[in-house]
Design a protein around this ligand. Structure first.
Ligand code: HEC
Length: 121
């Protein structure tokens, strides 16, 4: 009996570890998928903006950076509006273009790409 208890504990913790590993991988995230397919070409996978696109559009690279201080300071509603209605060379993404996700999901997503403040030296 005494030998079985540690074994049970071991199995239980293995089961817990396995269920944690079952959590959806980031690449299965539908919002990330939409961002990658519809936004990353201009705004880069990490949200910092694609300098070649900025050059082509003749806009400042900062205008396309979604993770800089200025964009982080902007209100969610205002950013969502830019996505929905477009701005300059930024195309409008109407709800039907975005499948099941919302502009708010996208705003939250690119905000999550921003480097964490604590990570700065
Ligand atoms: C064809 C290129 C292109 C694509 C694709 C694109 N954008 Fe943009 N986006 C731009 C440009 C250019 C600007 C800068 C507009 C300006 O200020 O003149 C911009 C600006 C923005 C801004 C405002 C940033 C700020 O600091 O005010 C947001 C938010 C944004 N884009 C989100 C998105 C999202 C989300 C997607 C995908 C659904 C997307 N964009 C797809 C080109 C693009």
């Amino acid at each position: 009996m005494n030998a079985i208890l540690p074994l049970i504990l071991l199995l239980a913790s293995a089961a817990l570890a396995a269920s944690a590993a079952d959590a959806p991988a980031p690449k299965a995230d539908p919002v990330a998928a939409v961002y990658k397919s519809k936004c990353a070409s201009c705004h880069a996978k990490d949200g910092t903006g694609n300098p070649a696109m900025a050059k082509m559009f003749k806009v400042k690279p900062e205008a396309m950076n979604l993770v800089d201080e200025e964009t982080l300071a902007a209100k969610d509603e205002d950013l969502a509006k830019v996505i929905e209605t477009g701005k300059g060379k930024m195309p409008a993404f109407k709800k039907d273009k975005l499948k099941d996700i919302t502009v708010a999901d996208l705003t939250a997503y690119f905000r999550s790409l921003a480097p964490k403040k604590e990570a700065k030296p």
